[in-house]
Design a binder for this molecule. Structure first.
Ligand code: ZN
Length: 462
């Protein structure tokens, strides 16, 4: 499997630290508000990476954190006059709901909260002080970037340029303008933890380094996040982790591209800012997941209504294929197996896997699902052997699961539909056409389309 590694700016063969095992750390949300569409992108993309590794038989450990202590959380808590923990808890709960809608995270996933790791953070910071790589100024502890080897190696930034750029906002306390806070002294009324440097709380960068180290070890296979986190967040994670352990922090760094709305940067001031739950009021969140997978993850992606509507139709086509296959399964017989059909389905599956192995090309992988859909509609009917139908159905569902698609819960059960069809057939026999039409309309309203054929009534979901 090839992955594009931001560290080397190259697509590389993925080689895990331990055979058949993979540890992945993805920076999660700071929980001070509902997540927006932009936050949903890394969540969906790297969840799909997790799914693909599981599919390939890897023993996967997938860690994605909650930053539940931060200036933004404290500010919001102060504005609302409630404790910071209340804000964090509220938005973690909201995230879990949104995540369910997007079909994120089932197996092999851990969601650590930063505040559960404060002691190991203190130990980590003390380790850096002991090595002379961090210094305490009146209760604020800073990392000294001059002690980091190759600072700027991930983001390919030039330190001299950065230093001159940072001079403007230079803090009196810092030795170097690029030094960053590991521990922040608590201001009046702020939440705090006791530490060797007085009451305070961890800085943002240290949180991820410590959760990754504690849960996955000194060197992890893959660290991922949005490309906006490359600098300074990920650069600082590398600096502090590698300075402490003397080992590489992550072997592969993956970054997703940014999301625009109607070709503009999403911002509250432009009025084009959407939370996931706002999208959910208008579209099934599966459509959002489908949208986020419809472009290569490293490319920018543009969100707009037209695209969402097109994708909603596309997703419906896949659901119809699923239904058609289920219908054919009910009526198909064990006739002679056409090996050519099996081989063709295997070709689509192979193309799907090749696309996913080529730096997680979900856009191409989706095309393979549509190939299966088209093939079903063009070639299969009630004379197709049951084995071929079953094989196609299983392949479609297996591949859809890798992308986390086709997970929608059915609102109306098949038994109910069959009962209504039976009732309608009876009504027609009794020439009660009004009742028969009502039942047809009623089902249509629930997204079920009836078709009267020579073999009886067929139905499909819209
Ligand atoms: Zn992080």
């Amino acid at each position: 499997m090839k992955l594009y590694n931001t560290l080397t700016r190259k697509k590389e063969e993925f080689i895990p630290i331990e055979e058949n095992k993979v540890g992945i750390y993805v920076c999660g949300p700071t929980v001070y508000d509902y997540i927006h569409v932009g936050n949903a992108r890394p969540a969906v993309i790297f969840d799909t990476l997790r799914r693909f590794f599981i599919y390939k038989g890897y023993d996967v450990k997938y860690i994605t954190n909650f930053t539940d202590i931060d200036d933004k959380i404290i500010n919001r808590a102060n504005t609302e006059g409630v404790p910071a923990k209340e804000i964090a808890d509220k938005y973690i709960e909201a995230f879990v709901e949104d995540a369910k809608g997007l079909n994120l995270y089932e197996e092999n996933t851990t969601h650590p909260r930063a505040t559960e790791f404060v002691q190991p953070m203190i130990d980590f910071i003390q380790g850096l002080i002991d090595k002379g790589a961090a210094y305490n100024v009146d209760g604020n502890v800073y990392f000294n970037i001059e002690k980091a080897k190759n600072y700027g190696k991930l983001s390919k930034k030039n330190i001299e340029d950065l230093i001159s750029g940072a001079r403007v906002e230079v803090s009196q306390e810092k030795k170097n303008p690029l030094d960053f806070a590991l521990w922040k002294k608590a201001k009046e009324g702020e939440p705090y933890w006791e530490s060797p440097w007085g009451k305070g709380r961890p800085g943002w960068h240290i949180e991820c380094s410590v959760m990754a180290k504690t849960l996955l070890g000194d060197t992890i296979d893959i660290h991922a996040g949005g490309e906006d986190l490359q600098f300074p967040h990920h650069e600082n994670e590398i600096a502090q982790s590698e300075t402490l352990t003397g080992k590489p922090f992550a072997n592969y760094w993956m970054h997703n591209g940014m999301l625009t709305i109607d070709d503009r940067k999403m911002s509250k001031s432009l009025g084009n800012f959407f939370t996931v739950r706002e999208i959910g009021e208008e579209f099934d969140l599966e459509v959002l997941r489908f949208f986020l997978l419809s472009a290569h993850y490293r490319n920018p992606i543009n969100f707009n209504r037209e695209v969402m509507e097109q994708l909603e139709n596309g997703l419906d086509r896949l659901y119809n294929t699923k239904k058609n296959l289920e219908y054919l399964l009910d009526i198909a017989e064990d006739s002679k197996i056409d090996q050519g059909e099996i081989e063709q389905i295997d070709i689509y599956k192979k193309e799907f896997i090749e696309a996913m192995e080529d730096d997680l090309n979900t856009a191409h992988a989706i095309a393979s699902l549509f190939d299966i859909s088209k093939h079903t509609n063009t070639n299969f009917d009630e004379k197709t052997s049951k084995y071929v139908i079953q094989y196609t159905y299983d392949t479609l569902m297996e591949l859809a699961k890798v992308l986390g698609l086709l997970y929608r819960k059915e609102e109306i059960l098949e038994e109910e539909i069959l009962e209504l069809i039976e009732k309608r057939t009876q009504a027609r026999k009794e020439k009660n056409y009004q009742l028969a039409d009502e039942i047809r309309e009623d089902l249509k309203a629930k997204g079920i389309i009836l078709e009267d054929t020579s073999e009886g009534v067929k139905w499909k979901r819209l």
